[in-house]
Design a protein around this ligand. Structure first.
Ligand code: NAG
Ligand code: NAG
Ligand code: NAG
Ligand code: ZN
Length: 538
């Protein structure tokens, strides 16, 4: 999932938002058609070994398909990955196209052209790693204690390999799909999918394809995410938040620290940010304490409810623009207030910000000094570096709830900041994605629900949710209104640290179940029949 992925805390809140729509798992599945042609999801020992080996040592995890930035990815590895899947999955029944050089589109032609096709999606690029802190080398794909370790094990090579493997297992059993479907494997999802997914979408549009629905990564079967709720919860995300990266900038004439102006640029900026934080709407802040203006990886991010407020200008703690105590402040805040917040039924708009002073290293050093209780003091404390930086900038990342628009959030911020000296610059924005249907006529949702019930009979809470991060689905808005994000994989809070963090891993059992799920799902899509619409008695 993309950069500012799945935030543990906001995810839990999103989940609660939808709690009203909890489905029980009891009762017969009326639509399940266990026809004679159905192939049971039973795999031989040999096949089970092949399933896990394909994900790890043979290649998938070992190929470092890193997206470093929009411009830079390991194209050698991306090409190598293409060779790998060609080698492992070579069914001639499936049409295979390479799109935008490295992405892959598979077309599986069903026997009944009257059935509307669907699409399964995944991505095989991964975020960069820093080797430090990994129990096993991040691209080793080693299996240890029942887990396959490595970058991409959860995000999202598991899905890539599981989809291909499930299809292969069906085809070698001579299964012949009735409903056509596509498999779209993106190579640049972690950096927005503007090459891979966007080109695949353009290609499908050019061919006049309209999808019944699509299924991508984005949510999981969540376990132990909500205190006092020990039951697993399968969350199918039906929408994604939008985003607005807004730079707040204050440029004041340079002053000398021996006579500091009453208000420094940092002070003005801080006040503006804290006004945002005090507005009741923004409940959550995800702050990237940064050294070089780079947001930290997800395990370096700290989440605090903004309604507790952290007033940068007046805080008793120093280093608000630095890496040290800011982290701690937010950590503490998060520890202190997380629980009541979690139970708030109001959907939060998350803010993530990383603050930096524009004059670089020098400024950073100044900020990193200790024992001062406001930015003014920070500057005065350094006699050797005594020029107050004229320019202060902070970038705030707003995650926009599906009920709001980018424009509304921008207006809101303008009104709250209410200070002409603070310039607002939109660095990037996109609207929240449309909410896909989850009613009993919604084929994609119903198929996911049906398959969850049969593969994970112990899961009896299935909810539609909001995906906090963004996925490649956003490029397909014009070819379907049914976009679902669900990984049939159990996820516990500690697993979150692996996604974009260290020690990413998936249990062999989880992974084999994922293959089984897709194996079942493809068959369910072939036997699905639209329920009769409800007839209301007059
Ligand atoms: C890119 O991938 C190739 C293998 O596909 C690997 O040998 C090389 O070290 C990778 N480069 C970087 C910078 O990660
Ligand atoms: C398709 O991918 C190419 C790179 O291979 C990119 O330059 C181009 O913008 C993409 N086209 C679309 C419609 O996204
Ligand atoms: C949740 O569990 C904790 C102990 O784990 C307990 O103290 C608390 O009362 C429970 N809250 C509710 C609402 O059940
Ligand atoms: Zn990701």
């Amino acid at each position: 999932m993309a950069e500012l992925l799945v935030r543990l805390l906001t995810l839990a809140a999103a989940l609660l938002l939808f709690f009203a729509t909890v489905f029980g798992s009891t009762g017969p599945e009326s639509r399940e058609n266990l026809g004679a042609s159905r192939i049971p999801a039973q795999f031989s020992e040999e096949e089970r070994v092949a399933i896990k080996e394909a994900l790890k040592v043979q290649g998938a995890i070992q190929i470092p398909t890193v997206s470093f930035s929009h411009e830079k990815s390991n194209t050698t590895a991306l090409a190598e990955f293409g060779e790998y899947i060609r080698k492992v999955f070579r069914s001639s029944l499936v049409q295979h196209e390479v799109v935008a050089q490295y992405s892959h589109l598979f077309t599986v032609h069903g026997s009944d052209p009257s059935l509307q096709p669907y699409m399964l999606m995944a991505h095989f690029d991964v975020v960069p790693v820093s080797e430090e802190g990994w129990e096993v080398p991040p691209f080793s794909g080693l299996e240890r204690n029942g887990f396959i370790h490595g970058r991409g094990a959860l995000d999202n090579k598991n899905s890539v390999m599981a989809i291909l493997h499930a299809l292969e297992l069906l085809l070698i059993r001579n299964y012949s799909p009735k409903r056509s479907f596509f498999i779209a494997l993106g190579h640049d999802e972690e950096v927005s999918g503007t090459k891979g997914a966007r080109n695949i979408s353009a290609l499908l549009q050019a061919r006049g394809v309209q999808l019944a629905f699509l299924v991508d990564e984005g949510s999981f079967i969540l376990e132990d995410f909500i205190p006092n709720l020990s039951k697993p919860v399968a969350m199918i995300s039906v929408t994604e938040k939008g985003a607005l990266d807004l730079m707040l900038q204050v440029n004041m004439t340079p002053g000398h620290s021996s006579a500091p102006p009453k208000e420094t640029s940092i002070g003005i900026l801080s006040a503006a940010i804290s006004r945002c934080s005090w507005s009741g709407r923004f409940l959550t802040a995800i702050v990237h304490p940064n050294q070089n203006g780079e947001p930290c990886s997800s395990d370096g991010e700290y989440v605090a409810p903004m309604n507790q407020g952290f007033v940068l200008e007046q805080t008793p703690l120093p280093n608000m623009f630095g890496n040290g105590p800011l982290k701690k402040t937010l950590e503490l805040l998060a520890n202190e207030v997380f629980l009541p917040y979690q139970y708030s039924l109001e959907e939060p708009v998350a803010i993530s910000s990383h603050c930096e002073q524009a004059d670089g290293e020098e400024a950073h050093n100044k900020c990193a000094c200790q024992d001062y209780d406001s930015p003014h003091h920070v500057q005065r404390g350094h006699q050797a570096v005594n020029v107050i930086p004229p320019l202060a900038q902070a970038t705030i990342n707003f995650r926009i709830h599906p009920s709001q628009t980018v424009h509304e959030v921008l207006e809101l911020v303008k009104n709250i900041v209410a200070d002409d000296r603070v310039q607002l610059r939109v660095l990037r924005s996109f609207e929240p994605l449309p909410v896909s249907p989850s009613d009993d006529q919604a084929m994609g949702y119903q198929l996911l629900q049906q398959t969850i019930r049969s593969v994970f009979p112990e899961v009896n809470i299935i909810v539609p949710g909001i995906c906090i991060g963004n996925t490649d689905t956003r490029h397909y808005v014009s070819i379907t209104n049914g976009m679902y994000r669900f990984n049939p994989v159990y996820l516990q809070p500690q697993d979150f640290r692996g996604i974009h963090g260290i020690n990413e891993k998936i249990s062999v059992q989880n992974y084999q179940n994922q293959v089984k799920f897709i194996f079942e799902f493809i068959q369910n899509a072939d036997t699905y029949s639209q329920p009769a619409p409800h007839l209301h008695e007059l």
